[in-house]
Design a protein around this ligand. Structure first.
Ligand SMILES: [Zn+2]
Length: 405
């Protein structure tokens, strides 16, 4: 038996509710700062100001540009993550309101980054205030992380934090939108290119050459068939493969090209790995002479640092019986006296880095809805912001008590 946590859910709910205007103000100020991947500097600075205002015990920005705010210094180390970059707005004419204004209407905040995922950051920072105000500290250290480059290369920031920042967390909580459900994994993905060589010649006499586009077109049809026989998992669904680009290398449009390449988007379900995915492509009819390449990410962060990584983002699933999942479920039940929905994300998150690549137990709980992310309808319910703050304030105590017995 673990001890009943000394959390008064009514008092915590009331305290979180009283912070609603602050959470809303902070989130709207974040939405007002556009920050696509590699341009997060100003939004990181804004988060630092709010962390200072709330009274974090330590605030640091690492060389990659991630911001890390600490509360407490106990044994169990809990890290919570919100990426700070957003996607762009696309065609501004598609928007019926200013994507950077943070329109408040009917209990929602609208705008780019509202759900994906500055909402998570706003709730986390004010959870830290709740921990201070209600004395919910325990034998734990909480790190609230604002990470960079997620939209361009999910997981890279966590590879950096876990390998270079010298922190050894017992768990990571991803605050991407889950509709206040508990998510325990998602499919992985990888970016693959396949190259076929031929022999270039003048296009007026194509028989002198060997056209790689014809060979590639046959291979593309094999990829289409491969998609139908990929592995299925009852929790995560099936793996998928799609050709998303075809390119040829030709000295002129009046020449047979010397090389042809395709780009493959591969989604990986449970049990599928980099090795298995590459082997499947190599085994396709017509791929005997193909070069199969996993791409690399090498763009600099806003601080100018490059931290290259292979574009392989492994599948991760945390078992529902894992102590971390049990602590998250228990936190939810303590706060709201009902069982949570436990599910998975459709999209990919930084969990590919924390758990997929580095093996740190990871779980998800966040305000907002996944299906409006990256759309012109992006919004977050204000009620979610307040309730997520309650969860983030209570979770470290519940988890640390679970762990330390
Ligand atoms: Zn996101």
């Amino acid at each position: 038996m673990t001890a009943i946590p000394p959390i008064d859910p009514g008092r915590l709910a009331a305290a979180a509710q009283s912070l609603e205007p602050d959470i809303v103000r902070f989130l709207r100020s974040l939405i007002a700062i556009p920050a696509e991947s590699g341009q997060e500097g100003p939004v990181i600075e804004r988060i630092r100001q709010e962390m200072q205002l709330v009274g974090f015990d330590e605030i640091r920005v690492d060389p990659l540009g991630n911001i890390l705010g600490r509360i407490g210094s106990g044994r169990t180390v809990v890290m919570m993550d919100s990426h700070t970059d957003t996607v762009g707005v696309g065609d501004p004419k598609e928007w019926s309101w200013d994507p950077y204004q943070g329109k408040v209407e009917d209990g929602y905040i609208y705008g780019r980054g509202s759900s994906d995922q500055r909402a998570g950051m706003a709730s986390m920072v004010y959870a830290a205030k709740l921990i201070k105000d209600l004395n919910l500290a325990g034998d734990y250290t909480l790190w609230v992380v604002g990470s960079v480059l997620e939209e361009d290369c999910d997981g890279l920031c966590w590879l950096y934090i876990l390998k270079e920042d010298g922190i050894r967390p017992d768990c990571v909580v991803i605050t991407e939108p889950t509709q206040l459900r508990i998510y325990r994994g998602h499919r992985g993905r990888m970016e693959i290119e396949v190259h076929l060589r031929g022999r270039s010649c003048h296009a007026s006499a194509p028989e002198r050459g060997d056209n790689p586009i014809y060979k590639m077109s046959r291979l593309v049809q094999e990829v289409e068939k491969l998609n139908l026989r990929l592995r299925h998992d009852p929790f995560l669904g099936s793996g998928t493969i799609a050709v998303t680009q075809v390119r040829s290398l030709s000295p002129s449009l009046c020449a047979v090209p010397g090389a042809c390449s395709i780009h493959l988007d591969r989604r990986l379900t449970a049990g599928e790995t980099k090795q298995s995915a590459v082997a499947e492509v190599k085994a396709l009819a017509g791929a005997e002479d193909a070069e199969v390449e996993i791409l690399n990410y090498d763009a600099p962060s806003y601080t100018g640092l490059r931290y290259p990584m292979e574009k392989y983002y492994p599948t991760w699933v945390l078992e529902e019986s894992h102590p971390l999942a049990r602590a998250a479920i228990r936190t939810y039940e303590t706060l709201w006296s009902k069982a949570p929905v436990v599910d998975k994300w459709t999209f990919s998150t930084n969990g590919v880095g924390s758990m997929g690549l580095m093996g740190v137990p990871t779980i998800g709980f966040g305000p907002g809805e996944e299906d409006v992310a990256h759309s012109v309808l992006e919004r977050v319910p204000i009620r979610h912001l307040v309730e997520a703050a309650q969860f983030y304030a209570a979770f470290p105590l519940v988890f640390s008590q679970h762990r330390n017995g």
